[in-house]
Design a protein around this ligand. Structure first.
Ligand code: DQA
Length: 152
């Protein structure tokens, strides 16, 4: 049987605190709850998911670099690094794989400093403001993007 395509799902700083962090904005689900949702959806759509979180920019950059070889697509909630990290943008640009950027909150309805994200410039598509369900939609969309590429 052919191996399932792989999606790397990355989470940036402070997302390990979901469930206790500003719950009015981010909801009460923990990152472990979200991981469970992603793995279930990935299985449904025939993807193998690798779900990770780091508070360190360099570690996220290294994981994105590795994805060039090890993964077929990347879903990333870069957290605040989306607004600041040119290094993450550069790494994402190198992958040559579909990239979906995702934010739990609608960053465009929040403080002005959240309106711009460097990482979006490397994204195939962006989902924001749909809470944890955004991750499920991102996995579904990633399956489409990977399948489309395979049949191209
Ligand atoms: C976030 C939005 C960012 O502005 C913030 O710094 C986060 C979370 C979101 O998922 O809504 O850490 O990426």
């Amino acid at each position: 049987m052919a191996k399932s395509p792989k999606v790397l799902i990355l989470n940036g700083p402070n997302l390990n605190m979901l469930g206790v962090r500003e719950t009015a904005i981010y909801g009460t689900q923990t990152l472990t709850d979200i991981e469970r949702l992603c793995l279930r959806k990935a299985k449904d759509v025939g993807l193998a998911a690798d779900f990770r979180q780091s508070n360190m920019e360099g570690e996220l950059v290294t994981w994105v670099q590795e994805a060039r070889i090890k993964s077929d697509g990347i879903i990333i909630n870069p957290g605040a690094y989306g607004h600041t990290s040119i290094a993450l943008l550069d790494a994402l640009r190198m992958t040559g794989k579909p990239v979906i950027e995702l934010h739990l909150s609608n960053i465009h309805r929040r403080e002005e400093f959240r309106h711009h994200t460097y990482t979006s410039q490397a994204a195939t598509g962006i989902i924001c403001g749909l809470g944890a369900h955004g991750y499920v939609l991102a996995v579904e969309a990633m399956a489409e993007l990977i399948n489309k590429k395979d049949s191209a």
